[in-house]
Write a new protein. Structure first.
Length: 444
């Protein structure tokens, strides 16, 4: 992969300045071929004024060229960044000239993939680059920066060293099993260490709930009987006509999702089908989806209206329910056994109280990010941690049963291998890497 020299536009279209990135063994040579200066004479990490010219000697643009030399660059290769004017024509001409002089267009995430392949960062840090680019609020930014700076890496290295120590003690026990007078580790001490490791892995895995809420938005399901104003409430919160509003029961038959930031917290609202007894097969399917969405949501807004009771639903662990009475303009008397927030979604009255309640829950739900040095936001990491937890728990069960040390050590080695998958130490297949980097933007 690194025998090619790649190039790409690294900035969004429409800005005053555009940056073209080049990386690979012929990066400096290729740029020298299209500008009036000899970039080979430039020192590393220096910026120089020059002009980009075509084969006929015509000036395309006056630019600044920044040179980075291997291995001290983002990718670990010789790299150059050309800062030119942001004209679409100029940027395309610069790319065209580079390709003519031996460069190839970079694929999505190829610069970061090269950084990973060249040991400039591990896989968890590479994934954090995409999260940092996509961050839309301070919480997302902070979590991505912590991960990119090696927060998860440090924690996993600590767990790796503890597991390696535990495995070594067990293997020493096996090597000297014929010497009954030698004892390298008490089984109770080994068990205590294994349980401590399991607690750490479980805690990391458990942080995904808060991390996912920060990254993708706290899921909020709006449930209620037909015609209580669920779609109207969604539109009012989003300040957009996202859902169709009608007096006809059963209008909303599928889930409608959208995200919005309220007081600095990202929420993912889900408008659901009205819950009622019905013989309509399609509507029944919508109701089933509504109930499933409510089970997965972190917050449930249970909406009612005058003359319509709240829908009772079994609350899951760590799930919050906000009872809201809609259509306050038609409300004459409150006769509910639920303490609720009274609003008029149609006239957008009382929404500030609902937003305040949502913010309070979000602040508590994401507080872990402020106290924990490491928080998991990546679904791939979560799945691997759960597998590693199963490995260590099998080892713990084997210790309780006083099984042979070689069986216990095998589960510990599996745990080490799975944790290494997060950092990319054991991932070598091109398909896996391509799947991770394909969601990156071109130029990064």
């Amino acid at each position: 992969m690194t025998t090619d020299t790649i190039c790409a536009i690294a900035t969004a279209q429409g800005g005053a300045i555009g940056i073209v990135r080049i990386s690979g063994p012929k990066a400096i040579q290729a740029v020298s071929a299209i500008c009036t200066a000899d970039c080979n004479a430039f020192d590393a990490n220096t910026v120089h004024f020059t002009r980009i010219v075509n084969a006929a000697g015509e000036v395309i643009d006056e630019v600044l060229v920044t040179v980075f030399r291997a291995p001290h660059s983002y990718t670990g290769e010789d790299s150059v960044e050309i800062s030119c004017h942001g004209s679409r024509y100029i940027l395309s001409k610069v790319l065209e000239l580079l390709i003519t002089n031996g460069c190839t267009l970079a694929g999505p995430g190829e610069f970061t993939q090269r950084a990973f392949m060249n040991g400039k960062m591990d896989l968890s840090q590479a994934e954090a680059v995409a999260d940092l680019i996509a961050s839309q609020n301070v919480a997302q930014h902070n979590v991505a920066m912590t991960q990119m700076r090696g927060g998860i890496t440090t924690k996993l290295h600590e767990l790796h060293d503890q597991l390696l120590h535990l495995t070594s003690l067990l293997e020493l026990e096996l090597d000297f099993s014929d010497h009954e007078d030698l004892e390298f580790a008490d089984r109770s001490q080994l068990l205590q260490l294994a349980q401590s490791i399991d607690t750490e892995i479980t805690h990391l895995s458990g942080s995904f709930a808060a991390g996912n809420a920060i990254k993708n938005g706290i899921p909020v399901a709006i449930i209620g009987a037909p015609n209580v104003g669920k779609s109207t409430l969604l539109n009012a919160l989003l300040k957009d006509d996202r859902a169709i509003v009608s007096d006809i029961q059963g209008t909303t038959r599928d889930l409608i999702e959208d995200t919005i930031t309220i007081n600095g917290y990202l929420f993912r609202f889900i408008d659901t089908a009205g819950i009622r007894a019905t013989s309509d097969t399609i509507e029944q399917m919508g109701i089933e989806r509504s109930l499933k969405a409510a089970q997965k949501a972190q917050i449930i807004i249970s909406l009612s209206a005058p003359g319509t009771p709240f829908i009772d639903i079994d609350r899951q662990d760590n799930q919050h329910i906000i009872y809201v009475t809609n259509k306050s303009d038609k409300l004459t008397d409150v006769t509910s056994d639920k303490e609720s927030i009274t609003i008029s979604a149609l006239h957008q009255k009382g929404l500030d109280r609902l937003e305040e309640a949502l913010t309070d829950i979000a602040a508590a739900a994401t507080s872990q990010a402020a106290t924990d040095t490491v928080i998991i936001t990546n679904e791939r990491h979560k799945q691997i941690l759960d597998i590693a937890s199963q490995d260590i728990q099998r080892a713990i069960a084997a210790m309780h049963q006083n099984l042979s040390g070689d069986l216990i050590a095998e589960d510990l080695r599996l745990c080490i291998t799975h944790l290494s998958d997060i950092l990319g130490n054991t991932i070598t297949t091109e398909d896996v890497l391509s799947n991770i980097f394909k969601h990156f933007c071109v130029g990064k």
